[in-house]
Design a protein around this ligand. Structure first.
Ligand SMILES: [Zn+2]
Length: 587
């Protein structure tokens, strides 16, 4: 068999009895340029990696690369060639991955050659779950003991009383689980210390807000208010508002001061800079507390550095379930380069922190209370059916194990397994997928986006938050695709802190990922979770040239040093979005 090449004829060796290796073409250095121009050699080359260790784009019109990185430890997240020494980039894509000699042989007079000094080169990281632009409407007052367990009632009320003496605008504060779980009538308690000043507390993890009477008055919220889709107002025994707002009702910030595109552009722009210094090249933004229009306008102002996937918020100003998809349709023409809109994301239950996620067993310190769902079976079925009828992905915040059971059962009722597998439903936080339903979750093609910071939540008031452990390695072993994200917003977004927690799992070290598994989840896992795994998330020929050169080898550095990792060079679609002078200085 012979194949036509640009430079002549290339004749692979005949297959012999030694197996696969013998069937591979001889890719000695002098042959590289010729092989590059062979059409349709990709799968053949992929089969021969153990011999030749180079993968190249096959293209009839091949230009010399614009940039090559040599002398690197290249982690590709590509099973066909997991490690290499060098990468070539041309026209926004990976052109070749291989040995120093092989990749150097591709360079032309205009190629920038960067010596990585033996450092780790990885596909750009994907932050697969973050909340940005969610600041409180006024600067929050200081509260002790945040995040866990946060202030107790006496501390919070004393702080509000003090602040109310000098402020007429909203007194706002973040609260922790102690207050979120304190069942007193918070409206009356806050009215006693701040009768004329509006007060708004927000749980730092969302899901729960508290407002006093003056606050409710300014918001125009009265006893007659009807619960929103997917949320509810807390009430006392007489049916009066008790100041609590849960789930879709707790979106108080935009009622006080809606985000403007200009202000949001500043926080998204700052986030892009932070993420560029961590080697993050894709960001999955959970778009709570603001409309898609405002977020897209803000990204246009900020000018996207990374690739943004904005997960539309299911219950944003939505009273009927189909409106969530209508909101996505409305922005279809507004799409920017490097920005995609997906979702909607629905918050199906709460969390164990405020004790509203739906659990199989009752909460340990609240006999008989299992949490609650935000949607009826009928509503959830409508969400699932509409998601299948539409092209965008479905993302579900499902945290309780009983809530997960319910979602899986309804999915099976609504459509055959094969249809769900193609849909790739995201479960934001896999905290509640019981081991006994792993098999079912894998069959339905569920993708888990886990947030390692959740693995470090300490016991609250001496009690573990859940009676079951949070799983990480178990997902990988069960064949459930895993992506990692920080769930930051107010909290820490550092992917390398999350990487450290993922390889430690302090609460249950048997669930710890290996370094490679964690880095894979942060790279190709993130791309899979947004159905972009054919385009990005790996360093393989033809994939987007999204990569980072890291300051230290996160596959080998002592665990405690992981959070200090930075990127020295971050590239998105072949374009340098961050470069540290350290990279090229002598070392
Ligand atoms: Zn979240």
């Amino acid at each position: 068999m012979t194949r036509k090449t640009r430079e002549g004829t290339f004749k692979p060796r005949k297959s012999d009895s030694r197996g696969r290796a013998g069937a591979c073409p001889d890719l000695a250095r002098e042959n590289v340029m010729r092989i590059v121009s062979v059409s349709g050699t990709m799968s053949r080359l992929a089969a021969c990696v153990e011999v030749v260790s180079i993968l190249l784009v096959s293209s009839a019109a091949l230009a010399a690369p614009q940039l090559v990185l040599v002398n690197a430890k290249v982690f590709t997240a590509d099973p066909a060639l997991p490690y290499a020494q060098a990468v070539a980039i041309e026209d926004r894509r990976i052109l070749a991955v291989g040995s120093n000699e092989q990749v150097r042989a591709l360079t032309g007079p205009n190629t920038r050659i960067l010596d990585a000094g033996g450092r780790l080169v990885t596909p750009g990281l994907t932050e697969a779950h973050v909340h940005l632009g969610v600041a409180l409407p006024t600067p929050p007052i200081a509260m002790p003991n945040l995040p866990f367990p946060g202030p107790n009632a006496e501390q919070a009320l004393a702080a509000v009383e003090q602040a109310a003496k000098t402020r007429t605008d909203w007194v706002t504060a973040y609260i922790g689980p102690l207050i979120a779980r304190d069942r007193r009538n918070w409206r009356k308690a806050l009215d006693a210390v701040a009768p004329n000043t509006p007060v708004f507390f927000r749980a730092f993890w969302g899901h729960t807000s508290i407002v006093n009477s003056e606050g409710l008055r300014r918001l125009g919220i009265y006893k007659e208010i009807i619960d929103p889709l997917g949320g509810w107002w807390g009430r006392d025994e007489a049916g009066d508002l008790d100041g609590r707002a849960y789930e879709a009702a707790e979106t108080i910030t935009p009622r006080i001061r809606p985000a403007t595109a200009e202000s949001l552009a500043i926080s998204l722009g700052e986030a892009q800079q932070r993420y560029a210094r961590w080697g993050v090249t894709s960001i999955h933004l959970m778009n709570n507390d603001k409309s898609l229009e405002v977020t897209l306008t803000a990204l246009a102002i900020a000018k996207p550095l990374q690739k943004w996937t904005v997960y539309s918020w299911g219950t944003w100003e939505t009273q009927r379930i189909p409106e969530a998809w209508a909101a996505i349709d409305r922005v279809e023409k507004q799409t920017l380069p490097k920005v995609r809109v997906e979702g909607p994301k629905w918050i199906v239950d709460g969390t164990p922190i405020e004790q509203n996620s739906l659990q199989r067993s009752a909460y340990v310190d609240r006999p008989g209370w299992h949490g609650r769902s935000n949607f009826t079976d009928e509503q959830l079925r409508e969400i699932l059916q509409l998601a299948l009828a539409r092209p965008t992905q479905l993302a579900l915040h499902v945290v309780g194990d009983a809530e997960t059971d319910r979602v899986l059962k309804l999915m099976e009722q609504v459509a055959p397994v094969a249809i769900w597998r193609a849909k790739r439903v995201r479960t934001e936080h896999g905290d509640g997928i019981g081991r006994d339903v792993f098999e079912k979750a894998a069959r339905l093609g569920l993708v888990v986006i886990q947030n390692p910071t959740h693995l470090a939540i300490p016991p609250i008031a001496g009690k573990k938050m859940l009676d079951h452990e949070i799983v990480l390695k178990g997902f990988v072993n069960a064949g459930i695709p895993l992506a990692l994200g920080s769930d930051g917003g107010v909290a820490e977004q550092n992917p390398f802190l999350n990487l450290m927690l993922a390889v430690l799992v302090p609460s249950d070290p048997s669930e710890a990922l290996t370094r490679e598994q964690a880095l894979t989840a942060y790279t190709s896992g993130g791309a899979y979770a947004e159905v972009q795994d054919q385009h990005k998330g790996r360093l393989a020929p033809g994939f987007a040239a999204d990569l980072a050169v890291l300051s230290q080898d996160v596959l080998t550095v002592p665990t405690s040093r992981l959070p200090a990792t930075t990127s020295l060079l971050t590239i998105v679609d072949g374009e340098v979005i961050f470069e540290d002078a350290m990279l090229t200085s002598p070392h």
